[in-house]
Design a protein around this ligand. Structure first.
Ligand code: SF4
Length: 437
């Protein structure tokens, strides 16, 4: 598989005004397919263009990647042509919603394409403050379910630890972007102790999600302190790590980290790929390293307008994930978060995508489409409706092609009015006469 970057004329999406941006160099991806060769990966051309003098040693050092994040609009303008007016507008945006892009993630962006699905997740946009009146700072009401600072206890058997607000990349669609301005927040040891005391006292909690921000922003030692304390609590059966590091800074997933994580098994790792373009030799190797240390890796993507809101892009992403042995777990409807309205899709779009995937790839490659309800209502899975009618003793199903099948329940009678297989004409609505759509 070769990822061929689009060749469209350049109009940078983050521009406040249009029409005066010159073209920059074209980026194409010359990388080899992930996981299919032992040869060292070729250098992606984005790295050659944007970071030509950086040695392999530095590039592969996560500390270098972290220290060299792009965190201001002026720095960004070294990589993307921006007019003085663009800079002014975008500085206004980043005062409210800061900017952070790792060199690695920058190297994946095609700056020739205003609709680049990688760039749209990383570059600030004036639309973040245009749509400012819509949405909520805390759409899931996590504050309402915080039992002590940093610990959310919503479902009885699970608890979520928000360890820090630091992330190597600030994803423009983030549900917790309200916290970005508390620069470099890490909970104090006293606050962590209060979280552990709460979990100890609540024996119904069997599953703890260590999240953030990104918990892998903490040092490996500090993270180990959290995991070892959780593991010492008898009723905590499962520890989950929620981290986007494999996608935005895979260099962090080194042997030292994986060995540490493997000492506290069972540890499940949930990451966040949104497009097949993020599946690179480096991100594939990071996931492989986790898997080889006995840490299962699942993916939780967010449905984003213009990034991954088509059947084709979701099939490419999910089939790419299966090839690197990462299970597509959730596809989240983008939350009603302030500053991300321009990236949201109608809920029906997600159902349409799942319907379009079913029958065209293995069930293993189809994530659960989920809406996390506002005000702490929790997650609701949504499926296309495959039931055409419920009759006495039998159910009438519609399959992915729209064909109808009667299925007899135990002790029931087959539907007399429907043959076992009724093929619906392709133009017909996928319901029987008298059945509401
Ligand atoms: S990695 Fe997760 S928590 Fe961090 S900015 Fe991205 S979406 Fe938000």
């Amino acid at each position: 598989m070769k990822n061929q970057a689009p060749n469209t004329a350049m109009k940078i999406s983050l521009r406040a005004d249009e029409g005066s941006v010159p073209s920059s160099d074209e980026i194409t991806d010359e990388t080899e397919p992930p996981g299919e060769t032992d040869e060292p990966p070729q250098i992606c051309s984005g790295r050659k263009i944007f970071f030509p003098g950086v040695s392999d040693e530095l590039w592969n050092s996560w500390k270098w990647q972290f220290q060299n994040r792009i965190t201001s609009v002026k720095e960004l303008s070294k990589y993307v042509p921006l007019s003085a007016k663009d800079i002014l507008y975008l500085e206004h945006v980043t005062q409210r919603y800061p900017l952070s892009i790792t060199p690695y993630y920058m190297s994946l962006i095609n700056t020739n394409d205003e609709n680049d699905p990688v760039g749209m997740q990383a570059f600030p946009s004036v639309r973040e403050i245009d749509g400012f009146l819509q949405g909520y700072d805390d759409p899931l009401d996590e504050k309402g379910d915080s039992v002590v600072a940093g610990l959310v206890h919503r479902y009885s058997d699970r608890a979520l630890m928000v360890t820090t607000n630091i992330c190597p990349m600030l994803c423009r669609h983030c549900t917790r972007k309200r916290d970005w301005n508390q620069k470099g927040m890490v909970h104090t040891q006293e606050e962590f102790n209060a979280m552990f005391d709460y979990i100890r006292a609540h024996t119904e909690i069997r599953d703890v999600i260590v999240s953030g921000g990104d918990p892998l922003s903490l040092s490996t030692n500090r993270l180990e302190g959290i995991l070892s304390t959780l593991r010492s609590i008898k009723h905590v059966e499962i520890i989950r790590i929620g981290s986007r590091f494999p996608v935005v800074m895979p260099q962090r997933i080194d042997d030292e980290l994986c060995q540490m994580l493997s000492r506290y098994s069972p540890v499940w790792f949930n990451t966040h790929f949104n497009t097949v373009r993020e599946i690179t030799p480096e991100s594939a190797a990071a996931c492989d390293r986790l898997l080889r240390h006995g840490i299962p890796v699942n993916n939780q993507s967010v449905l984003l307008k213009g990034v991954n809101d088509s059947v084709e892009s979701q099939l490419a992403l999910c089939q790419g994930l299966l090839k690197i042995k990462v299970r597509p777990y959730y596809l989240f409807q983008c939350d009603e978060v302030k500053g991300a309205e321009h990236l949201r899709t109608p809920v029906e779009k997600g159902i349409e995508i799942i319907a379009g995937m079913r029958g065209h790839t293995s069930g293993l490659g189809i994530p659960a489409f989920v809406v996390d309800l506002p005000d702490g209502g929790g997650k609701v899975p949504l499926l296309p409706d495959y039931i055409a009618a419920i009759n006495p003793g039998s159910i009438l199903f519609k399959n992915y092609r729209g064909n109808l099948y009667s299925y007899r329940n135990p002790d029931g009678q087959p539907d007399k009015d429907v043959s076992r297989l009724s093929v619906m004409p392709s133009s017909a609505p996928h319901v029987l006469p008298g059945v509401e759509a």
